[in-house]
Design a binder for this molecule. Structure first.
Ligand SMILES: [Zn+2]
Length: 81
């Protein structure tokens, strides 16, 4: 597995792309979910993200900004409260 800083390549998807993937189509969302299952880096907030992804699939983009901010904070090592 390739790893650099807080950004890992899992199942062909970087952590940073998980963030990007949240705002794109369902095809990528499947890869995002795969990544979340196998990436211990994202696992820390994976449960939250999985729940939010489920919410997203029904409620669309209203949560995207909040999720994005959250993922960015985790990836930068400064989780928000
Ligand atoms: Zn990850």
């Amino acid at each position: 597995m390739i790893q650099m800083d807080g950004n890992r390549l899992v199942d062909g998807l970087w952590c940073s792309e998980v963030l990007a993937g949240l705002s794109v189509g369902s095809e990528t969302r499947g890869k995002v979910e795969e990544h979340l299952r196998e990436c211990s880096n994202c696992e820390r907030f994976g449960a939250d993200v999985a729940g939010m992804l489920a919410a997203l699939s029904s409620q669309r983009r209203s949560f995207t900004d909040e999720i994005g901010a959250r993922l960015k904070s985790v990836l930068s090592g400064n989780p928000l409260r």
